[in-house]
Structures are given as C-alpha cells and as structure tokens.
Write a protein that binds this ligand. Structure first.
Ligand SMILES: O=C(CO)[C@@H](O)[C@H](O)COP(=O)(O)O
Length: 221
C-alpha cells in the first residue's frame, strides 16, 4: 500500500484557509493534521477547538489530532473528535497512557502515541495492544520549519522491526517534522506509512497545493 498524506494545518495560509482545504480535498489527501500546543508541553500555542471546528465545517476529510499538551486526557472532550479520526498523545505527557488510549478508542477514533526524538521506542512496549499508530517526531515538537533530527530515520526502521517482532505489523508509523521530498523518501524506505506534510513539501509559498501533493505522492509510493 502506498504512503498516505496528512497535511499540517498549522502551516496553511490562514488568509486562504477554505480555498486551501478544498484544494487538499481535491488532491485526495487522507487526513488533515492538527497540531494542538498548550505552551507547557511545548513552548508554543497553536490550533484550538474553535479553529478545528471551523475546518470541520469545510470538509469531510478525517482529522489527525496531534496533542502536544500536558495531561492530554483532560482535553479530549474539548475537541470534536469523531469516528475515523486519529488522536496522537505524547508518551512523555501521559501519566495513565493505557487508560487514555482506551478512552480514545471508546470515542471511535484511532489511538496513537507520539514519541519525541529522544524517547526510545521501547517506551511504548506495554501499550502495543492499545494503539493503531505510532507518531515518530522527526523534529523536536513545537514549531514548523525545523530541521530533521537525523537519528530518527534509524528510529523509524527500528520501530518497524520492533512492531513486527512483537506481533503488531498492523500498527502504522506516522512521521512529523521536516518531511521534505528527500526526507520523505528516506522515511518511506525506513517503514513510514503516514506523512505529515508541512512547510518543506506541501505548504510552499506561492506554489500550487495540488501539484505539490502529486509530487509528494511520487516520493512515498
Ligand atoms: O508541528 C510540528 C512540530 O511540532 C511541525 O513538524 C509541523 O507539523 C510540520 O511543519 P514542518 O516541519 O513540515 O515545517
């Protein structure tokens, strides 16, 4: 199966939001990625529930929530999370991770654990039965426009092997951070399935989104 695309909506041109959402819809992207930041887990604030609800009125594309917040279980009810969405919570921010993943599943969404570059893949060994994806951060979370942490390519390959060895080959790997054309090829070769496309690929100023998506798909076939 070819790789899937989840454009990072924090990188959209907000002056042309609806036009951009329609272009992404036309281009057939599989998800829309929403980076939610609380200013505590990461030193930045971004997309809130009102913005996300507004985009929900524009499209039927499933949403891919990336909760970069302390104690993510406390905010799940604040967002309009629906069946078919992905919800990624950070292992580093979750005291009761297994319970939180079960809660996400009970909401009908796909539970996912996000790992910062320095967090080892064995940190999620005890919840492999409770998740459908692992979000490998390929930059340190908090800001768009950063450069890839090179060791994360090896980490993707190691995670792919570990999932197979533990009887969970069905768990998908999502990658987020400086997913450029060149990096996407390496990430795909390492085993990534879902690609968060941001400033280094799909949201490039003045360039046609649909053309950029087509070019991106060639990198992750
Ligand atoms: O949100 C983050 C990191 O927390 C970014 O990775 C965006 O999701 C995508 O931005 P680029 O890295 O593609 O510029």
């Amino acid at each position: 199966m070819a790789g899937k695309i989840s454009p990072s909506m924090m990188c959209v041109d907000f002056r042309r939001l609806e036009e951009s959402v329609k272009a992404l819809e036309q281009a057939g992207v599989e998800y829309l990625h929403f980076d939610v930041m609380d200013g505590h887990f990461v030193p930045n604030f971004t997309l809130g529930p009102d913005f996300i609800r507004c985009v929900r009125e524009m499209t039927s594309i499933p949403f891919d929530f990336h909760l970069m917040v302390e104690r993510p279980e406390t905010v799940l009810s604040v967002f309009d999370i629906r069946a078919g969405d992905i919800v990624s919570v950070h292992q580093e921010a979750s005291i009761h991770l297994q319970r939180t993943l079960q809660h996400i599943r009970d909401m009908g969404a796909k539970p996912s654990v996000a790992l910062n570059p320095a967090t080892p893949i064995y940190a999620i060994d005890e919840v492999l039965d409770d998740l459908e994806l692992v979000l490998v951060m390929t930059v340190n979370p908090g800001f768009a426009g950063q450069k890839l942490v090179p060791s994360t390519i090896r980490k993707i390959a190691g995670l792919k092997e570990r999932l197979k060895a533990n009887g969970h080959p069905e768990v998908e790997i999502e990658v987020d951070g400086n997913v450029s054309w060149d990096n996407a090829v390496k990430m795909r070769q390492a085993g990534a399935d879902l690609f968060v496309a941001g400033t280094s690929s799909v949201f490039r100023k003045g360039e046609d989104i649909q053309m950029l998506i087509e070019r991106f798909r060639a990198c992750i076939a």
